[in-house]
Design a protein around this ligand. Structure first.
Ligand code: 13P
Length: 266
């Protein structure tokens, strides 16, 4: 059995579906995933697992999870920085809360890149998620160019500091370190690289939210995670789970990643 990063924190495997699977597909997927995990005797108290479907799937996923009393969690992929009003196309934190959404991904590099989301906007989104009792999964990470110019941790550290600017008093956050160069590339960071940045990110959480919150905060690694490399990340003391993209769309693979404790030698 692979040993786990820390006894203090329950490891968290999060599947970011991105813009894949409609609401009908989401129902079939969640049923099969729940069955696969049950079949593998998955212990959710020891490893939390959640899916992050598109907005239009959330009601279906919520209904299924609640009706079948599944232990699988779910979250949204984004949230509006505004509480309500004339913001065509946006989704309020309050609406997510009404669907029992537990988590929301904020600041994914695809939102930063394709929707020009700034650190200031992300800080507002994080604040409104926290106000509504939704745990933000705050994404940070450097591009290949940043890596060359500034090294590995400078950009993620600066992004996290900016993201937490309005989050004073927060006690429950998740941080995801996703190097942009590793996303969808098949070239994951090494566990050592992930650990080095995660350690720096935990120091930022400690500096802004205090030691106790920093100790309790799960820091995930994301970028080309698969069942064959997950155990190496989770063996690191500051890496507490993974934010999985492509591999989260394959039920057997995602179930296997969730079962990382069973993997050896990777
Ligand atoms: P991949 O796992 O497909 O590299 O994507 C990572 C990611 O962006 C998760 O948010």
């Amino acid at each position: 059995m692979a040993s786990v990063s820390s006894d203090k924190r329950v490891p968290f495997i999060a599947g970011n579906w991105k813009m894949n699977l409609d609401h009908l597909q989401s129902i079939a997927f969640v049923q099969k995933l729940a069955w696969s995990l049950k079949d593998a005797n998955h212990d959710f108290a020891k490893t939390e697992v959640a899916v992050f479907p598109p907005f239009t799937d959330l009601r279906s996923v919520q209904t299924l999870i609640s009706a079948d009393k599944l232990e699988l969690g779910f979250g949204a992929q984004d949230v509006s920085a505004h509480a309500s009003g004339a913001y065509t196309g946006e989704i309020a934190a309050q609406f997510l809360k009404a669907l029992d959404v537990r988590y929301v991904i904020i600041g994914h590099s695809e939102r930063r890149q394709y929707h020009n989301e700034t650190d200031e906007l992300l800080a507002q989104k994080i604040a409104i998620a926290i106000e509504n009792g939704i745990v933000p999964v705050i994404c940070v990470g450097e591009t290949a160019e940043d890596l060359e110019l500034h090294g590995q941790s400078a950009v993620p550290v600066a992004q996290l500091r900016a993201a937490l600017a309005l989050a004073g008093g927060a006690t429950n956050i998740v941080v995801a370190y996703e190097p942009v160069w590793a996303i969808g590339s098949g070239q994951a960071a090494t566990p050592e690289q992930a650990e080095q940045v995660a350690e720096q990110l935990r120091l930022v959480v400690a500096e802004i939210l205090g030691d106790e919150v920093a100790d309790a905060t799960r820091i995930l690694y994301g970028g080309s995670v698969k069942s064959t490399n997950i155990a190496g990340f989770l063996r690191k003391p500051n890496v507490d789970g993974a934010l999985v993209g492509g591999a989260s769309l394959d039920i057997a693979e995602f179930a296997s990643i969730s079962q990382f404790r069973k993997h050896v030698g990777t």
